[in-house]
Design a protein around this ligand. Sequence first.
Ligand code: GUN
Ligand code: FE
Length: 419
Amino acid sequence: MLQLYLNPLLNSLLSFYLQIAFIGKGEELDKLLKSTNFNPSEVIQLSQHEFFMPGMVDTHIHASQYSYAGTALDMPLLQWLNTYTFPVESQFKDLDFANRVYSKVVKRTLRNGTTTACYFATIHTDASLLLGKIANDFGQRALVGKVCMDRNNFVKHYKETMQESQDETCRYVSNLKNYPLVKPVVTPRFAPSCTGALLGQLGAIAKNNNLHIQSHVSENTEEVKLVKELFPDSESYTDVYYKHNLLTDKTVMAHGCHLSDEELALFRETGASLSHCPNSNISLCSGVLNVRNVLKQKVKLGLGTDVAGGYSASMLDAVRKALDSSKILTIQDPEHDTLTFEEAFMLATLGGSQALSLDDQIGNFEVGKDFDALRVNVAAPGGPIDLIQSEGPKVSDDRNIMEVFVAGRKVIPFTEPTA
Ligand code: GUN
Ligand code: FE
């Protein structure tokens, strides 16, 4: 039985963080403990059917779309954006509405074992700042992006001018401070909703402030066609972002179902990563990402729920849908090297941390990393041991996640944050 001991660190804001101090077994560990004056303050004894696993990393989720998860099932991407997404996102000007939806999505994802989430908010700066506060208050590690878009031909009131988008991004970045668990992300929605001028400005802001970047790329064939029309001077969809300095080693792009190998090479060379969102890709009939090829091309890859394109906010669902998607490719071509469940698990944890450039801090259990972890009980209702004598799939769900820790702090079961 492996044992983990945690080391309290006092960070600059006087919050306690627990990092992994030793990992060892029985005698080896006893010796280590005796040779130091380490005094573990709390011992967590796991029962027979329990284990710790690293917390899961959702590399792409729209917090603002949580209220209408399940709508992206009978229309393609661009039509769905115009029908549901833009009208609902425009309501986040109202901070009470934002507070209600954002509190729900943070609680729900934490409950499902997402210890780190990379969120899209909306174009509204104050509501986006509120999402950062809510994630931090509930103890979730998060990257949070205020969405930027200065083009929208369908819902005309839901967009900014280029100048507004640039100024508000700067205001957002300088105000999202003092939340130790949360970082800002520069977030051009996707190339079709931004002018080249705005993309260039956002690339410069990210570079000057060494910030993370997130967007969407090559999700659906209609969208790829539209990008060709809007950016005729670019060689590919990926090239649009590359030309505007938006592909860096702190960039994560969602989907990438229809990328060519040349485009994947651009990702590899710049250190940019992809977020594989299989539930959304299937729900919206966008495409099936060939994960094996992405891994072969040595592009960093994580998993994302892409709520509400994806109907589930659970990363366990993303793991299953990643396996299903890979099997679809194997059905089409029996030579296809199907993703294993160990690989899918890795994508949900360490892969996600690499995709978000947070792997020096989280993603697995290594000495020096923060203790982001789930205490899993496979005998709890719904789990494989419970179901062994009953009908139904032998897979787990959130009922098997007994406790969730972020930086060593127990955040599930949660206590409501004090105002
Ligand atoms: N592309 C641009 N915006 C969106 C969005 O909100 N969801 C998805 N799935 N794709 C997008
Ligand atoms: Fe998305």
